[in-house]
Write a protein that binds this ligand. Structure first.
Ligand code: SF4
Length: 253
């Protein structure tokens, strides 16, 4: 059981958090995930030593980024980010590239070697495949769409991003989507799909079926790097992309 002082501090914490969220909503900042203020519950009293600091401390590190209104402001706010351990091995933080008002957004996993060296997403062999999908398959230019990743810094030896790294970087991806406000997101590979859909289901089951990310149509499909290793599955991705083309045409009709 909590001591009376602990309960008071918990109550103050909830009131302070509710006020912060209400101020953010009044300022026009969309809250994309998490419970509504009225739904916040304290399930169990936290340990006394977790009650140090204020609720503003919880958001202090990301406050500037989360209040950004343009991609440039967001990029500047992320700055020389050191919020997770991936910062130690990167050459460049790979923010994203493309049309800031794009109707179509591609979200991948994280930068590889070429992307890390050049500071741009999807520029290596897998990137060339994505560029072919955009230009030859969809008849668009790379500059017409917006391209970014779940994590902005290269995982060493191209390993998978770890849960703490995804959690640290995810707010920036959500803010990018919030600013660009695309009509359609194509999520490339397991990490992008599972992060955006908050699902543990395998990509092989999710791909090809329309989902929704906060009201934005989302098409899960395989990552181009996977296709380099499994070229026979290119036809599955083409089926998924044809659904995206059809949806874009109906949006523009
Ligand atoms: S991966 Fe994201 S959270 Fe981690 S250091 Fe890079 S920008 Fe920051």
């Amino acid at each position: 059981m909590s001591e009376p002082n602990d309960r008071e501090e918990i109550s103050d914490l909830v009131v302070s958090l509710r006020g912060l969220l209400q101020r953010r909503q009044r300022a026009g900042i969309r809250v994309l995930s998490g419970p509504r203020p009225a739904e916040i519950k304290v399930a169990a009293p936290p340990e006394a030593n977790l009650l140090q600091g204020t609720v503003d401390d919880l958001f202090a590190d990301n406050a500037e980024a989360l209040s950004a209104r343009t991609l440039d402001e967001l990029h500047a706010a992320i700055g020389d980010c050191r919020r997770c351990k991936l910062c130690s091995g990167r050459t460049h933080l790979v923010f994203g590239v493309g049309n800031p008002r794009a109707k179509l957004m591609f979200v991948g996993e994280g930068p590889g070697r070429d992307e890390d060296l050049q500071g741009e997403p999807f520029v290596g062999r897998a990137g060339q495949l994505l560029t072919d999908i955009i230009t030859k398959g969809m008849g668009l230019k790379r500059e017409d769409v917006y391209i970014c990743n779940v994590v902005k810094c290269r995982p060493p030896e191209n390993r998978n991003p770890e849960p703490d790294e995804v959690a640290a970087c995810e707010p920036f991806l959500k803010k990018q989507i919030d600013i660009v406000r695309p009509e359609i997101i194509v999520a490339l590979g397991k990490f992008a799909v599972q992060t955006l859909l908050q699902s543990k289901a395998p990509i092989s089951r999710l791909r090809g079926n329309w989902s929704s990310y906060h009201g934005i149509k989302l098409m899960p499909t395989f990552h181009p790097a996977y296709l380099l290793r499994n070229p026979a599955d290119k036809k599955l991705v083409w089926e998924d992309i044809k659904k995206v083309i059809k949806e874009m045409r109906s949006e523009n009709a």
